[in-house]
Design a protein around this ligand. Structure first.
Ligand code: AMP
Length: 216
């Protein structure tokens, strides 16, 4: 089962990805998480990516494609992959087509999450993430039991540096310019299913789960 999940920042890709991973056992590959890990560990890739990420711009395609190619060679991809936040440009989509041919794992479905801009803004500015384990909270919709402390591992929860209204505008523009053509590319192949994702997470999840179960 090979899935792409797409949608602008704040559309719920991370939340739905966790559920997809837990339910279907697919390897959750988030290019954003991988890049943040590289920044945290001060790797050469992290150094190259940091400025782009902090200002909401896309990291250059060559760096991303190389990182994804390596990741797809790991054993946990055996049951399938769930790409979260990739491909974000047509160049990445075409490179991904070559990689998936090599490993014989073509895309089965593109889950597209659609959310209005006001909801995105409220979600992004209220989002908090655990510095240690990456668990996601929202100060109003799903707060941690103790403010600022992760329920899962007890470490501090923080606001991502790009989770501001200003950066959201840049990220939405990137999405319109670069990522919507990617959606069109997969739409032409008949792979995209749209989900109205402004609604509560449980409702959205039920629909996604049913759509995937109908395919496999
Ligand atoms: P995300 O967690 O998916 O919102 O990604 C956070 C940031 O990482 C983005 O704003 C980009 O700077 C960078 N990033 C993540 N995935 C990609 C990608 N596929 N292509 C380029 N940049 C990316």
């Amino acid at each position: 089962m090979n899935i792409l999940i797409m949608g602008p920042a704040g559309s719920g890709k991370g939340t739905m990805s966790k559920k997809l991973h837990d339910e279907f056992g697919v390897a959750h590959i988030s290019t954003g998480d991988m890049l943040r890990e590289n920044v945290k560990n001060n790797t050469p890739l992290g150094h190259q990516a940091k400025d782009f990420m902090e200002t909401g711009r896309l990291v250059p395609d060559e760096l991303i494609n190389e990182m994804v190619k390596e990741r797809l060679l790991r054993a946990d991809v055996e049951k399938g992959y769930l790409m979260d936040g990739f491909p974000r440009t047509l160049v990445q989509a075409k490179a991904f087509e070559d990689i998936t041919k090599e490993i014989n794992k073509p895309v089965d479905i593109v889950v597209n999450l659609k959310v209005d801009v006001d909801t995105l803004a409220a979600r992004i500015t209220g989002r908090r993430v655990c510095k240690n384990c990456g668990a996601i909270y929202h100060i109003k919709n799903s707060p941690s039991k103790v403010e600022g402390i992760c329920d899962v591992c007890g470490n501090a929860t923080v606001q991502r540096p790009d989770d501001t209204l200003e950066q959201l505008q840049v990220r939405l523009k990137e999405h319109t310019t670069n990522t919507e053509p990617v959606l069109d590319y997969y739409r032409e192949k008949g792979l995209v299913q749209d989900f109205e994702a402004s609604r509560p997470a449980d409702e959205v999840w039920l629909e996604i789960k049913q759509a995937i179960e109908a395919i496999f």
